[in-house]
Every structure is written in C-alpha cells, then in structure tokens.
Design a protein around this ligand. Structure first.
Ligand code: ATP
Ligand code: LTN
Length: 340
C-alpha cells in the first residue's frame, strides 16, 4: 500500500504597502518567504486594509501597492509557486474580520504593544481601525487555515492573539479554525535602525536619512547610511547580547544573512579587522551587491503595470478559492442565513 503524501504545510504572511520596503522587512520576513516557496504552499498578501488604519495619501497608497508587489517579485517571490495578492481584492478578509471582531474582547486589543505605541503618538486621531488591526490580521491568517506565519519579532504578540481568537471562536461555535504557528528566525527577526540600534528599523522613520536602508536605495545612499551607522567605542567584532554592542551586532547580522554564512564564519571574516570602519565597509559592499539585482528587477517590473496587475489578479483568484468557502463556513457557524 502506498502512503498518501502528507499535504504541504500552508504558509501565509502579509506586508503593508505604506512607506518603502527596507532591509528589516527583507531580512526579517521576505527572505524567508522566498526560501519556503519550494516546499510549502504559500500565500503572500499586500495588506492595504491594514495600511489605512493610519491615514495614507490615496495616490501614494495606489503607487505603493504596485511598488511593493514589484519589490516582492524582484526579491524572488515566484507567482508560479506562491499566491501574491492584494488584501482588498479578496472581500472575505473584511467579512471574516467583522465576525472575529465580535468574538474578541476589547481588553485583549488594548493590551497590544503595537497599538499602545502607535496610538500614544496620535491620541486624538487614533482610528478604531488601529485598535482592531490585529483582528483583521487574524482573519488574514485563519481564513486560509495557515500552518505557519513567517514574520519579524514585532509580530509575535499579534500571532499569539490570533491563536487566542481562533480558540475562542472554536469554543463558541465549534471547531472551525486551525491554530497557526509563528515562524520567527533566530537571526534577523529584529533588524535595528542604523542611526539608533536600540530602535527597530521601521518604515515610519524612513524619512530620517541614515535610519534604514530601503531596497530601492542607490549605492551612494547605502554607503552613506552604513558609514554613519552608530556603533560603540570598542573594537571587538563579535555577535553579542550586550545592549552596548547592539550596533555592531546589527551590522554582523546584516552581513551574516546577506552572505548566508554561519555565525562562526561571519566572525572569522572580521578576526583581522582593524576596527569598525572595516566592518562598515564590508557590510556596505555586501548590501550593495545583494540589492543591485533586486533594484534592477524592480525597475523592469514597475515599468509594466499591466503585467503586475495581471499577476496580482491571478494571485487574488488563488486566494479567493480558499478564503471564500472558509468565510461561508464561518457565517454558517454563527447562524447567518447564507443563500445557496
Ligand atoms: P512599521 O514598522 O513602519 O510600522 P513594518 O515595516 O513593521 O512597518 P510591515 O511592512 O507590515 O510593517 O512588515 C512586514 C514584515 O516585516 C513583518 O513580518 C514584520 O515583522 C517585518 N519587519 C518589519 N520591520 C522589521 C525589522 N526591523 N526587523 C525584522 N523584521 C521586520
Ligand atoms: N501586521 C503585520 C502585517 C500583516 C500580517 C498579516 C503578517 C497583516 N496581515 C498576516 C502576517 C500574517 C505587520 O507586519 N505589521
């Protein structure tokens, strides 16, 4: 008797089309998305519904949505292997999220650190959407019965909440959702700002020159940011958990992930270095070389919006094929009259 092959694990993740994709997004999440495409069934979502939880200029949002799609493809997301789609093209996300909002206690949302940090800055203008943001994220994941969710460290709490929401729904209405697992890498899960190694590299701060490296930055911009990267007054070039050494640790992490070397090989490459200047120069060389093909492919893709739209339409069809029947089941479970 031949054993039936076990189905491939299903992977889902998302990225916001707000601001410019940076090395933190790439190394914390997208590099992994590309790696798992061959052995897993992958769904990658450009989360425009999430992006508008803080105001986005409509023209820029539209441009960024195509821009992120082009960058993801340029990074190696292969539309023949993975479904790449725009969240608002699949209505089930908004519908599912409403139902999940109704099973999520307010207290769970008020505890989210991302909400607290984003809401604090804009107290008067904080939208209700910013509070319910992680519920929409839970819908993104649960509607696909995703097994694994590759994300950066900052999303760990949202993933825990997703599991809590799934369990609560299952408890109230019967077994409906699978509990997904976060996939968070040991190295690269939290790339820090080059100008301040105590703060996560973020799109929000990308206006500040020298904070982050955008995937579309020119060679000059990359070298400028790395030359000025904040380090410490020592000389030792080794991985370390010491907060004082966060800047050097961050630079070594960039080097390690972009060269695909081990921790030991990475440190050995700098055993003869004369100081942090050598490290910064070596990291800049590696980043420039790694981003060059991405930028070239991005330029090619972005010049053909019709082709991008065609690929995104195919992705949305693949996504709907899973999300629509699932949201139908959710509606039946809660007792809605679902027309046949
Ligand atoms: P912002 O920080 O400006 O709110 P973001 O870049 O975190 O935005 P997304 O674009 O939605 O928001 O993130 C996409 C993915 O990139 C997520 O999995 C997130 O965890 C990851 N990511 C973002 N910043 C970093 C970082 N500095 N290091 C590692 N991973 C990151
Ligand atoms: N909140 C995530 C983006 C996101 C996401 C998702 C990630 C929206 N939906 C589903 C994984 C799975 C962030 O990175 N800021």
């Amino acid at each position: 008797m031949t054993a039936t092959p076990s189905p491939r694990p299903r992977v889902l993740s998302g990225i916001q089309p707000s601001g410019h994709m940076h090395l933190g997004n790439y190394l914390g999440a997208v590099q992994k998305w590309v790696e798992v495409q061959d052995e897993k069934e992958c769904f990658y979502c450009i989360v425009d519904l999430h992006a508008i939880t803080v105001f986005q200029d409509p023209k820029e949002l539209l441009e960024q949505t195509r821009g992120v799609a082009a960058l993801l493809l340029a990074c190696g997301i292969d539309p023949a292997k993975s479904a790449l789609f725009v969240q608002s093209h699949v209505r089930a996300h908004a519908e599912g999220s409403w139902v999940l909002n109704c099973v999520t206690p307010l207290g769970w949302l008020e505890r989210m650190t991302q909400f607290k940090s984003k809401a604090d800055k804009e107290k008067q203008r904080t939208s209700a959407g910013l509070l319910t943001y992680p519920v929409l994220q839970a819908a993104d994941i649960l509607l696909y019965d995703a097994d694994e969710v590759p994300v950066g460290e900052d999303q760990r709490q949202h993933l825990e909440l997703t599991r809590d929401i799934a369990q609560r729904f299952n408890h109230l209405y019967g077994e409906t959702f699978k509990l997904p697992k976060p996939l968070i890498r040991e190295f690269g899960a939290r790339i820090m700002g080059l100008d301040d190694p105590t703060a996560k590299m973020s799109k929000g701060s990308s206006g500040t020159r020298g904070h982050c490296i955008r995937l579309t930055d020119s060679e000059d911009e990359i070298r400028y940011a790395l030359k000025r990267a904040v380090t410490d007054s020592g000389r030792e070039i080794q991985f370390s958990d010491d907060p004082e050494k966060a800047g050097v640790n961050n630079l070594l992490t960039l080097y390690k992930l972009l060269t695909h070397k081990s921790r030991e090989e990475t440190e050995a490459d700098f055993s003869d270095a004369r100081g942090y200047g050598d490290l910064k120069k070596a990291v800049a060389d590696v980043v420039v070389e790694a981003l060059r093909p991405i930028r070239e492919e991005y330029d090619r893709l972005i010049s053909d919006p019709a082709e991008l739209d065609r690929l995104l339409a195919i992705g949305a069809d693949k996504a709907r094929a899973l999300a629509e029947p699932k949201v139908r089941l959710v509606k039946e479970r809660v007792g809605f009259f679902v027309p046949g």
